[in-house]
Design a protein around this ligand. Structure first.
Ligand SMILES: NC(=O)c1ccc[n+]([C@@H]2O[C@H](COP(=O)([O-])OP(=O)(O)OC[C@H]3O[C@@H](n4cnc5c(N)ncnc54)[C@H](OP(=O)(O)O)[C@@H]3O)[C@@H](O)[C@H]2O)c1
Length: 257
């Protein structure tokens, strides 16, 4: 409890699924301020009400925005900073679009959908980081980009979604390298398969109860948002693996030497 006291945190895609769960988890950990971003106002209001029940001390801001729109991204950061007295410690780039369902192969992928998925999953995190960075450098912040297994392996049918996550992974490594001396850390988390609307839409014939509940993947997100991870930069975590996949990553790196 209270590992996030004093932290002001912005979470995109906080209206449902993992983003909603992170809002509740961060509130339980004593976050001072939460800025919750998504398009569905009603759902955001419900999350805010739940946060207030759990943590009356946490300041909750809901921001209705479509992250495919540059002007709306700029408004998200401006509103957050003005409401939080210029302070932002943690940015969680969680919002994602899956694209059309059933998921078409690339040959049949409509260009407009391809662009919309990349705008949401890759261009929006780029712009959010760019705009938030000056404030985050002040406090030595943490940026957490939410990726997927589909961002490390090219699965048939996962099209623009997978490609956007490949891009997000490359972009995160680049930001992390460029910010190495700036005091802001940039890390990736693959939450693993979860029982959320996105996954149910992607694989409607599967039994969703085989996938993890989002409540079970939050620990690594607390760690990365807290000061415990202050020295951790440019890493990729797998929320459902033992030690969040860090032993495996170390083994792979030593095999490469
Ligand atoms: N579920 C899985 O098994 C799984 C596996 C690996 C990785 N992930 C990753 O985990 C993260 C969370 O996924 P989830 O399963 O929780 O998905 P989800 O239930 O579909 O939630 C996605 C969130 O993104 C928001 N969003 C989508 N497009 C937006 C836009 N244009 N502007 C603003 N907000 C937008 C949605 O809010 P509104 O609709 O209200 O705007 C919603 O809150 C994603 O990054 C996903 O890629 C999920």
């Amino acid at each position: 409890m209270n590992r996030l006291q004093g932290k002001h945190i912005l979470i995109t895609g906080a209206s449902q699924g993992l983003g909603r769960e992170l809002a509740l988890t961060y509130a339980r950990e004593g976050a001072s301020g939460l800025a919750l971003v998504a398009r569905n106002n009603e759902a955001l209001d419900e999350v805010r009400a739940r946060v207030r029940e759990l943590a009356p001390e946490t300041r909750v801001l809901t921001i209705n925005a479509d992250l495919t729109r540059q002007a709306q991204i700029e408004r998200v950061i401006a509103t957050t900073l003005s409401e939080f007295g210029g302070r932002l410690d943690v940015l969680v780039n969680n919002a994602s679009a899956l694209g059309p369902t059933p998921m078409p192969f690339l040959l049949d992928y409509p260009l407009e959908d391809f662009r919309a998925v990349l705008d949401t999953n890759l261009v929006a995190p780029f712009l959010l980081i760019k705009k938030a960075l000056p404030a985050m450098i002040e406090t030595g912040g943490s940026i957490i980009n939410v990726t997927s297994d589909a961002g490390a392996t090219g699965y048939p049918g996962w099209g623009a979604y997978g490609i956007s996550k490949f891009g997000l992974e490359g972009m995160s490594e680049t930001w992390a390298a460029e910010l190495a001396d700036a005091g802001v850390r940039v890390n990736l988390v693959d939450p693993g398969e979860m029982n959320t609307k996105m996954h149910r839409d992607a694989e409607p014939d599967e039994d969703p109860t085989q996938w993890a509940d989002p409540t079970s993947v939050t620990e690594v997100f607390i760690y990365l948002a807290s000061d415990e991870s202050r020295a951790v930069n440019g890493k990729r975590f797998q929320a459902q693996e033992e030690n969040w996949g860090q032993d495996e990553a170390a083994k792979a790196a030593s095999n490469d030497e």
